[in-house]
Design a protein around this ligand. Structure first.
Ligand code: NAP
Ligand code: MG
Length: 463
């Protein structure tokens, strides 16, 4: 795979300050496919300076012109769609179809939505005798994970650009090639030098330097709750704005009035997609006691349609594979019943995990509480709706969820859930709906106008 051996700073590829590199591995065959530079605090500092220098000009650029640049960026991404998909397959292991439709397709949609929003959003509002100005926060430090490498980048960069902010991006060490491709698209789209900057590197070095940098006004982080907590503390100490998109342990609540087979099948597909490496995946399936055995049989049959290597790719790294296998073993040790899959690696080569279904999972078990981030579903039994609600809300997380059943009942149930988004009877993903977490799933929202709002601060003028 083609890789740049520098950082994209101030509108050009510049050599890194240090000589360390990161090896990028293809998780399907465990081969090293490229090396990228491992940035240091000095690289981060150069990037933040470039972003600061570019900020006044970009903030003063009329929203319609910013919108035109985002639209150009969208077009550059669309032109590279196949290359993006191939790169995501190579460094994340995503099956080709998923890589094309979701990993490459979704960011194009999100970029398009912000090109439109930037042009139509009202950056000024009247409140009685005041005019409220919505102004860009400043320089954004964006830190992203590997699970949706391009989507996570675009979900931060597009709204920040729309708001008039400039950025420095530190992408995940496992998926830096997609980030480099994105920087190429930014360059070709003709964004002014310094508006977007890329520093590849390790989290505790480059990521931490970015979060701590006094020249950064807002840190937008997507990743684990453990790192998010640290970044929140760092930002808090500096009285800096922060947005955190963190982990999840979402519930798929199947009410007795639901189409059981559909709810189970869509629920399994939701978790198997991206090998279970989706923060909003419905990893806990909640089924009424009278339908429980039938649901377990349906789930076991559904999982058989996801053979590793075809519809289900490997996990991103050996570390993630070991982590997920450890959770499967923990589930067995705590008394859950494996009805499909298990802790044996299904292939000799590649970081694969067998799609796994656990029955007889009780709410207190580790596999019902902690985020596994792999192709593992836990099926829990509930007595009645109040019991289902207690179980659904009974984790530290609150990112997403699903409810299936007669529509009015499903909506009434969803209103009582402590979570940021709920799909009713298989409702489609909406790239303009706010995305983000309740409780320890995060602070702030991404996507649509709510996502844009994160990058704005308000000033009121009284008349
Ligand atoms: P992670 O370890 O928290 O990493 C996320 C990003 O933070 C990476 O770029 C990472 O760099 C960087 N990082 C690590 N330590 C850092 C530090 N001390 N200071 C600053 N940056 C640091 O998470 P991950 O393993 O990549 O991703 C999986 C987790 O992300 C899961 O828990 C998942 O639920 C969550 N996630 C949440 C959402 C959401 O929208 N809510 C979306 C996707 C993923 P390295 O790559 O070098 O480690
Ligand atoms: Mg990490």
């Amino acid at each position: 795979m083609k890789a740049h051996d520098g950082m994209y700073i101030g509108g050009m590829w510049r050599p890194a300050v240090g000589a360390d590199t990161i090896a990028v591995v293809n998780p399907a065959d465990e081969q090293v496919i490229a090396h990228v530079p491992a940035g240091t605090a000095e690289d981060v500092d150069a990037a933040v300076r470039a972003a600061r220098a570019a900020f006044p000009g970009w903030a003063a650029t009329p929203p319609a012109e910013r919108a035109a640049k985002i639209a150009a960026l969208r077009d550059e991404l669309a032109e590279r769609k196949e290359q993006i998909a191939r790169t995501v397959t190579a460094e994340l292991g995503a099956p080709q179809q998923l890589a094309e439709t979701v990993h490459a397709g979704l960011p194009i949609m999100v970029a398009a939505s912000y090109a439109e929003l930037a042009a139509s959003y009202s950056f000024e509002e009247k409140v009685g005798n005041s005019t409220v100005l919505l102004e860009p926060v400043g320089v954004v430090g964006a830190i992203t994970p590997w699970n949706y490498p391009l989507h996570q980048i675009v979900a931060k960069v597009a709204p920040a650009l729309a708001a008039g902010c400039t950025l420095v991006l530190k992408p995940a060490e496992d998926t830096p090639l997609t980030a480099q491709l994105f920087a190429e698209a930014v360059h070709e789209a003709g964004l002014p030098a310094g508006v977007f900057n890329l520093v590849t590197g390790l989290g505790p070095i480059a990521g931490q330097a970015l979060a701590e940098h006094p020249g950064v006004d807002l840190v937008s982080f997507t990743g684990s709750t453990a790192v998010g907590r640290q970044i929140g503390a760092t930002a808090g100490a500096a009285v800096k704005r922060v947005a955190l998109e963190l982990g999840g342990k979402s519930a798929n609540v199947i009410l007795p009035s639901a189409d059981l087979a559909r709810a189970v099948n869509v629920g399994i597909a939701n978790v198997m997609s991206n090998s279970g490496q989706t923060c909003s995946a419905w990893t806990r399936m909640l089924v009424h006691k009278d339908q429980y055995d039938e649901a377990v049989d349906l789930a076991a049959a559904a999982v058989a349609k996801y053979p590793p290597g075809e519809r289900v790719g490997p996990l991103v790294s050996a570390k993630q594979q070991q982590r997920v296998l450890g959770y499967i073993e923990k589930g067995i040790a705590e008394g859950a019943r494996v009805v499909a899959g298990g802790s044996e690696a299904p292939r000799e080569t590649g970081y694969y995990v067998s799609p796994t279904v656990f029955a007889d999972v009780t709410p207190g078990m580790t596999i019902a509480q902690e985020e596994i981030f792999g192709p593992v579903v836990s099926i829990l039994r509930y007595e009645d709706e109040d019991d289902a609600l207690r179980i659904a809300n009974g984790t530290v997380y609150g990112l997403a969820g699903a409810v299936w059943g007669e529509q009015e009942d499903a909506v009434a149930f969803a209103r009582r859930m402590d979570t940021g988004q709920v799909d009713i009877n298989g409702g489609r993903f909406n790239p303009r709906a706010p995305f983000g977490g309740y409780k320890q799933s995060g602070v702030g929202r991404e996507l649509g106008s709510h996502g844009l709002g994160e990058y704005l601060q308000t000033k009121s003028l009284q008349f």
